[in-house]
Ligand binder design. Structure first.
Ligand code: MSP
Length: 635
């Protein structure tokens, strides 16, 4: 990733719906990355916005009996208000119904048409209305949409197509030559897996007779642009493509398009090919994060298990919400959102560790030195240790940000807070205060305060409000830190009067939250024969990545999987169809017995066996703790 500038984007959100935690997550992540880069002194541009055309919005407007524009104008406010509440510092908010965007989309279509990258043809095939996508017969899943599994409609109509297929080989080569382009790695493999099938040209228009709410094609007034081509263009129209060359040169290519895993193909296949056809450079990286699940199941409006960010923030505060989302999700993987998990982490990291550390320190400074920060004496081994831990956390944070592992940076900071609490325990300032010589006491109080200063700077992009409050309490004049101050020690001025003590993170009482649900412990099996280690060694276990997954015809419980074991492709059949949707398996790291004799199950060859844990009717695949290469030995 280049450091001379940082341009980060979120997906632009459909305005047919209320903002939920998935939207809030990506936008906070982009905000935190933008704030860190600003802190690092890197010129930063952060873009978010709204996707306002297409069938979903048209239908939602019809349902409410208003015009689509009116509908968009009223619903977009919900997003804008939420971003304000979440203290999002986006530099621009683009709406696809704005003239500045529509003009660019039309110019792009015109150019591509003139270059014969877009052509007109008859289409006869299947169409999924909710997904607004066309499918070939062979791509259907038992006659339903392969993405959303809803019924598809037979459609025969004239349309415009982008010559996507001719760029297939180029794109595969590009992805292989640019390993950072699609992140995390397993998402790159997923896209490459998708590109193994022959690409068909992309239908980039919709006849107005069927869908009028869109950007009119400049060369044919009977059609509007396909909503994804319209939406993806926001990433360049907002930064001056075809309207402000200087601005465009300054920001494009984007450093990161942050997206959810469900919109990978549009961003790593459609978008690069559109840009290539236009002759525009590709973004540096597309990063697909995982999904927030509710107690292990997908959030769904129909079942009512959706987290309302506004309500949550009202209950627990914006900073704690931001912190939880950033610390809890390992970037790239799915995470579970439950109120219990939130309260657990809040009480542990924020109330007990950080909040407690601050209040103890401030109380001691008030009691022993009249609320004035004392000056340190010579640093001993414990002081040097705490100082190194704090300064190392600053560099860990920097590399974690560069590697998109924010959760790792936050863990490093949480460890410094714990180390500082341990330091106070060990040094016992309350005992030192009884000594004649006050120098050891002053050194301890100063060292602990310095550690908190560095911590407050490192956490500032995640919790700007609370960290500014904390800095005021410590008597630091710059409520917004600068990066230099995080890499240096001894910047606090002895003699500074501390501010008023605040209860930064009051403890949340567990009785205020729902009871934790969980699987009851499984009794250990009795009377199982013991085996020799040598017997165990006969079984070869390896990590593998699932590349493709599909149903086995006529077998409800079976899935056919294509996996990669350290570069070797294998097919296996697994009895997990009742527990996993095929699409949810792609990219998962699993553990496989690789030296099992091949078997033919329901006529399908199976070379290996997946490991899974089960209790009652529940079953979960065994995986590894974090990202890991495939083919690794499991022992
Ligand atoms: N409008 C398109 C994006 C166009 S970008 C050129 C769109 N909008 S969306 O509002 O439906 O979804 C926006 C984002 O929210 C997607 O990245 C999607 O992955 C994300 N999420 C939706 N539900 C989510 C979770 N439960 N968890 C995390 N993110 C999820 O798609």
């Amino acid at each position: 990733m280049q450091t001379k500038k940082f341009y980060v984007t979120t997906p632009i959100y459909y305005v047919n719906d209320r903002p939920h935690i998935g939207h809030a997550y990506t936008t906070i992540l982009a905000d935190v990355l933008a704030r860190y880069h600003r802190l690092l002194g890197v010129p930063t541009f952060f873009l978010t916005g709204s996707d306002e055309h297409g069938q979903k919005v048209q239908q939602a407007a019809e349902k409410s009996g208003v015009s689509p524009q009116h509908h968009a104008d009223t619903t977009v406010v919900r997003f804008q208000e939420l971003w304000k509440k979440l203290e999002i510092t986006n530099d621009d908010f683009i709406r696809t119904t704005e003239a500045r965007h529509k003009i660019v989309v039309q110019e792009i279509f015109q150019k591509l048409y003139e270059k014969d990258e877009i052509y007109r043809a008859e289409y006869d095939g299947w169409y999924c209305v909710p997904c607004e996508r066309f499918f070939m017969e062979k791509d259907l899943d038992n006659g339903t949409c392969p993405d959303c599994k809803r019924p598809v409609e037979r459609i025969r109509e004239s349309n415009y197509f982008l010559r996507m297929s001719k760029y297939q080989d180029w794109l595969i080569q590009y992805i292989q030559d640019h390993p950072k382009f699609i992140q995390p790695d397993f998402r790159r493999n997923e896209t490459l897996g998708f590109l193994r099938k022959k690409l068909t040209d992309l239908c980039v228009s919709r006849p107005k007779s069927r869908l009028s709410w869109g950007i009119e094609l400049p060369f044919d007034k009977d059609f509007v642009a396909y909503v994804w081509c319209d939406a993806l263009t926001n990433y360049i129209s907002a930064v001056g493509y075809l309207s402000d060359d200087e601005k465009f040169k300054k920001w494009w290519p984007a450093s990161y398009h942050l997206i959810g895993k469900d919109i990978l193909t549009t961003h790593t296949v459609y978008w690069p090919i559109m840009l290539k056809a236009m002759g525009v450079e590709l973004p540096e990286a597309v990063f697909a994060h995982g999904w927030w699940l509710m107690g292990d199941s997908k959030m769904s409006k129909t079942t009512g298990n959706v987290v309302e960010p506004m309500a949550f923030v009202d209950k627990y505060g914006v900073d704690a919400f931001r912190y939880f989302l950033m610390a809890e999700m390992i970037l790239g993987q799915d995470a579970n959102f439950t109120e219990e998990a939130f309260v657990r982490r809040y009480n542990a990291d924020l109330a007990n560790d950080l909040g407690n550390m601050l209040s103890r320190l401030v109380k001691m400074i008030s009691t022993y030195t009249g609320g004035v920060l004392p000056g340190p004496d010579v640093a001993g081994a414990d002081e040097v240790e705490l100082r190194s831990a704090a300064l190392e956390a600053a560099s860990t944070m920097e590399t974690s940000i560069a590697n998109m592992r924010l959760d790792m940076g936050l863990t490093a900071v949480a460890n410094v807070v714990r180390a500082a609490n341990r330091y106070l325990e060990k040094k016992q300032p309350w005992t030192l205060a009884k000594q004649e010589d006050k120098r050891p006491l002053h050194t301890v109080l100063y060292t602990a305060a310095e550690a908190l200063r560095v911590v407050s700077g490192l956490l500032y992009p995640v919790m700007p409000g609370k960290m500014a409050e904390l800095r005021v309490v410590l008597g630091i004049r710059e409520t917004v830190p600068d990066i230099g101050s995080l890499k240096e020690w001894g910047l606090m001025k002895p003699g500074t009067r501390l501010g008023e003590m605040q209860s930064l993170f009051p403890r949340i009482m567990p009785e205020a939250v729902p009871v934790v649900t969980g699987v009851s412990p499984v009794p250990a099996p009795v009377g199982v024969a013991l085996v020799e280690y040598a017997d165990f060694q006969k079984i070869q276990l390896r990590t593998a990545i699932i590349l493709e997954a599909g149903k086995v015809a006529g077998a409800d419980k079976l899935l056919k999987l294509q996996i990669d074991v350290g570069g070797e492709k294998r097919q296996l059949v697994a009895g997990i169809a009742l527990h996993y949707e095929p699409a949810a398996l792609i990219g998962k790291i699993v553990v496989v017995v690789t030296n099992l004799k091949p078997a033919t199950i329901r006529g399908v060859e199976s070379n290996g066996m997946l490991l899974a844990a089960s209790v009652g009717k529940e079953l979960k695949l065994i995986t590894v703790d974090g990202e890991f290469p495939s083919g690794a030995v499991v022992k």
